[in-house]
Design a protein around this ligand. Structure first.
Ligand code: ZN
Length: 455
């Protein structure tokens, strides 16, 4: 009898040891944190030209959120989401250098994802030539906001890593239909076209979802994306547009969790119809419903392995304007004139324009079945459709507005068609020239290289 008890005790202790191994070293570790980044007072707004007054009040708060992950082998990753229009290269580098040093992270392990709200503040030098007539005091406020953002992100990253605990990750993909291809449908006709099932043009209506739960089943974080411009609203009240309402709804329905939103390849996608707070809230709820439908369904577990990769490739510029052409443009008072004045200063300083831009491409492979491609700039939907087609519809997610939002990223088709996404946006972004026809193939080739190298 004594022997039996002894055997039972040994067995029980072996079982406990085994379980504790399973629950720690063989699991993900996850930690989350968030902070409000709503500007303290009035500030100039980004996203659209023509709004040359300061912001007035707020419709929603803006947040920076962090999800820290560690896989079973100790590989770490940090997802930062920002309810902001975008982030420029210099500010992104400053944020990432501090995070990398403090948390001993390679650059590939940090990703900064923006919601692209058009009712948020000017962020550093992003979309530098959109705001007109910035006064020195307004510029001081913009600079202080960017400096504070760097600090706020450091603090949520620390809180997220400090709160790492064993967790499980599950994924799934939902569906929402309010994004409309804005190049192929006339905005005022959209309600009638939608009614008749006649909306045209490529779209990506997937709603990818990661659910992060602690091992007692408590939902800690829900990460979701959608390929759409956050442009329901266009007034002077600060807001995070539909993504903020989606995150608010998810956090209200799951009070123990934080919701993190990232924008997909929504460069040519608008939420239509639009222009009212009621619609922004409605689309937010629609997105939250799509996420909740995924959370209610069976979701496959993600094996605790994280492989990350990051590189900046040379994306060639087409031929820039000549000095004479820039000097002629600089005499005006519009966006092109502001850009020309910036570019002339750069030309005086450097003697020539760079031939290419250091464009960021990042890949995160989570477990064996999820490959998350993370691109800079405002990427049009052709990229997510092509990458899903080439790499597998189920396993491929494509984020854009990540790490550095320097311009639109047209596909070759959109570049040749022209228009704002095809090259016109080069002006508000302050760049010397549009991309060349190589843009799509260069980016896709680098994505495939990174997918191969992270196998
Ligand atoms: Zn945009």
């Amino acid at each position: 009898m004594l022997n039996l008890v002894l055997i039972a005790c040994v067995f029980a202790s072996l079982l406990t040891t085994h379980l504790s191994v399973a629950f720690t070293s063989e699991a993900w570790q996850a930690g989350v944190a968030k902070t409000v980044i709503t500007p303290d007072g009035p500030i100039r707004l980004s996203g659209y030209g023509g709004r040359d007054k300061l912001s007035q009040g707020k419709l929603t708060d803006l947040f920076a959120k962090a999800l820290a992950l560690e896989d079973a082998k100790g590989n770490r990753g940090l997802i930062i989401t920002l309810d902001l229009v975008g982030i420029d290269r210099e500010l992104s580098k400053k944020i990432c250098a501090k995070l990398a040093e403090k948390h001993k992270l390679p650059r590939s392990a940090i990703t900064i994802l923006c919601s692209h709200t058009h009712t948020g503040p000017v962020v550093g030098a992003n979309l530098i030539d959109i705001p007109a007539n910035i006064t020195p005091d307004e510029q001081k406020t913009i600079d202080a906001y960017a400096a504070n953002l760097v600090e706020r992100i450091q603090s949520i990253a620390k809180n997220a890593f400090d709160s790492l605990e064993p967790a499980e990750l599950r994924t799934g993909v939902g569906y929402a239909t309010f994004a409309v291809n804005r190049r192929n449908n006339v905005e005022k006709d959209v309600p009638a076209l939608r009614e008749r099932g006649r909306l045209i043009g490529p779209v990506d209506h997937d709603v990818p979802v990661i659910a992060v739960r602690s091992l007692d089943g408590k939902l800690k974080a829900v990460v979701c994306g959608y390929a759409c411009h956050a442009t329901v609203l266009s007034d002077y009240a600060i807001s995070g547009d539909f993504p903020a309402f989606a995150q608010q709804a998810l956090e209200a329905r799951h009070p123990e969790a934080i919701a993190l939103y990232w924008d997909g390849c929504g460069g040519d996608q608008n939420p239509l119809p639009r222009r009212s707070a009621t619609l922004a809230k409605h689309y937010g709820e629609e997105l939250a419903d799509a996420v909740d439908a995924v959370l209610r369904a069976p979701m496959p577990l993600v094996k605790p392995t994280l492989r990350t990769s990051y590189a900046e490739i040379d994306l060639p510029f087409a031929k820039p304007l000549s000095r004479d052409e820039l000097e002629a443009q600089a005499k005006g008072a519009d966006t092109a004139a502001r850009r020309a004045r910036h570019l002339l200063k750069a030309l005086d300083r450097d003697g020539k324009f760079p031939a290419a831009y250091p464009y960021p491409v990042q890949v995160w492979r989570l477990g064996d079945d999820l490959d998350w491609i993370i691109l800079g700039g405002e990427v049009v939907v052709d990229y997510s459709l092509r990458l899903k087609h080439e790499h597998g519809w189920k396993r491929t997610w494509v984020a854009s507005y990540a790490n550095d939002v320097m311009n639109y990223i047209p596909s070759r088709r959109v570049l040749l068609e022209g228009g704002y996404e095809g090259g016109g946006a080069t002006i508000p972004y302050g760049l010397p020239a549009p991309w060349t026809e190589e843009v799509e193939d260069r980016i896709i080739a680098e994505v495939h290289r990174q997918l191969d190298s992270t196998k």
